[in-house]
Design a protein. Structure first.
Length: 75
């Protein structure tokens, strides 16, 4: 590992920045992939689906209220 670090230190600043950007993008993609995988497994459980549906019930009532109000105004 020390050899790699010393080799990178000998490179020009522009090359070191390119290496930094590349490593940052690679780690970002890895983190995004892990997040997407964990999100898919957590949403797949039936308990989570029931909880999401229960959480969205007030929003569907609000939507119905807004749509009904718009229809009354437009008629």
């Amino acid at each position: 590992m020390k050899k790699i670090i010393h080799h990178i230190r000998k490179q020009s600043e522009e090359t070191r920045r390119h290496i930094l950007h590349f490593i940052t993008i690679v780690f970002g993609i890895i983190l995004l992939s892990l997040w997407a995988y964990s999100l898919g497994t957590s949403i797949a459980s039936s308990d989570t689906r029931i909880k999401i549906n229960n959480d969205l019930e007030p929003l569907s009532a609000l939507k119905d209220n807004l749509v009904g109000g718009y229809k009354n105004i437009s008629e």
